[in-house]
Design a protein around this ligand. Structure first.
Ligand SMILES: *Cc1c(COP(=O)(O)O)cnc(C)c1O
Length: 301
């Protein structure tokens, strides 16, 4: 897919969907070959939003960063495993030459040259200070302890889910400390039912379908943060077991009703919709709704 117009190839260190680290080294090596063959100079940007504060502490040997010659820039979210509250992220370039000066906006009306690369201008500095504090307060050792703890708790959760015998684990052990899992059998009830019912136990666990070409897979995902203790992991497993039990016993009526409705539908010649079909229908409806709003001058969108 790389051609002479490719600005850069982006690799993801810690997929949003299942926490997986892409093989940046392999990508680098392939691209080195390609550049040699063609005379192009295609660089790599690494989106390490989640993984950038994980890999250096849990997998220091993993080469994904400026150790690879084609990696020219990296972004990482301070508000994820950087351990700062929401609203801060970082991007770093390999060298000053990799950030063209034309992209930097200079002002001097505050008394001295102020270069900025951001889109919005005035912003409080508290988050920068909070990040600075965390870095100094925790240090390499502290971050490593936190990340190791997150990883251990992810494994506690993973083992607990495996023990039920009802789930496939779709995240890997190496990666962002999270557990993504799906039901082995979702005919009777599915991942969306579990997510819905877990709310009654005060858990908000997202259920979603995987992207194109893997859309038939629905997963539940639990991201393990610093404050997600082992006790919480164990209690989540217990609550998931309760939910599964309840789904198996209580809502028989609901299932029966649904089955009846389905029968009615099939009598009338309508086919039961899958979750994806329903989702698509909703999206199409909203698109239509918004575009009508936009074209109709009398209404305000
Ligand atoms: C979270 C995330 C982002 C977005 O980063 P923000 O700092 O929250 O804007 C981008 N890419 C990946 C892979 C992420 O996990």
């Amino acid at each position: 897919m790389v051609d002479e117009n490719t600005i850069c190839v982006a690799a993801i260190l810690g997929s949003t969907l299942n926490g997986e680290f892409e093989d940046v080294k392999l990508l680098n090596d392939l691209l080195v070959e390609k550049n040699k063959e063609t005379g192009w100079d295609t660089p790599i940007h690494v989106d390490a939003a989640s993984g950038g504060f994980i890999a250096p502490f849990l997998y220091p040997e993993l080469e994904w960063d400026f150790r690879l010659p084609l990696v020219k820039s990296i972004n990482v979210s301070g508000h994820k495993y950087g351990l700062v509250y929401a609203g801060i992220g970082w991007v770093i370039w390999r060298s000053k030459d990799d950030l063209p000066d034309e992209l930097i906006f200079h002002i001097n009306y505050l008394g001295a040259d102020q270069p900025t690369f951001t889109l919005n201008f005035s912003k409080g500095s508290s988050q920068v200070i909070a990040q600075y504090y965390q870095l100094i307060r925790l240090g390499y050792e502290g971050y490593r302890n936190v990340m190791e703890n997150c990883h251990e708790n992810a494994m506690v959760l993973k083992r607990g889910l495996e023990k039920t015998g009802l789930f496939n684990i779709v995240s890997k052990d190496e990666g962002v400390p999270l557990v993504a899992f799906s039901l082995k059998d979702n005919k009777r009830h599915d991942e969306f039912d579990i997510a819905e019912m877990l709310r009654r136990f005060r858990w908000i666990v997202p259920a979603y379908t995987m992207p194109a070409d893997a859309q038939h897979i629905t997963v539940l995902r639990v991201v393990i943060r610093e404050d997600f203790s082992r006790t919480l992991a164990e209690s989540l497993v217990k609550d998931i077991e309760k939910v599964l039990h309840e789904l198996d016993t209580l809502p028989v009526k609901v299932n029966a009703k649904l089955a009846m409705a389905e029968e009615e539908h099939s009598k009338n010649g309508t086919v039961k919709k899958t979750a994806i079909e329903t989702q698509r229908e909703i999206t199409a409806y909203w698109k239509k709704f918004v575009s009508e709003r936009k074209t109709n001058k009398n209404k305000i969108c």
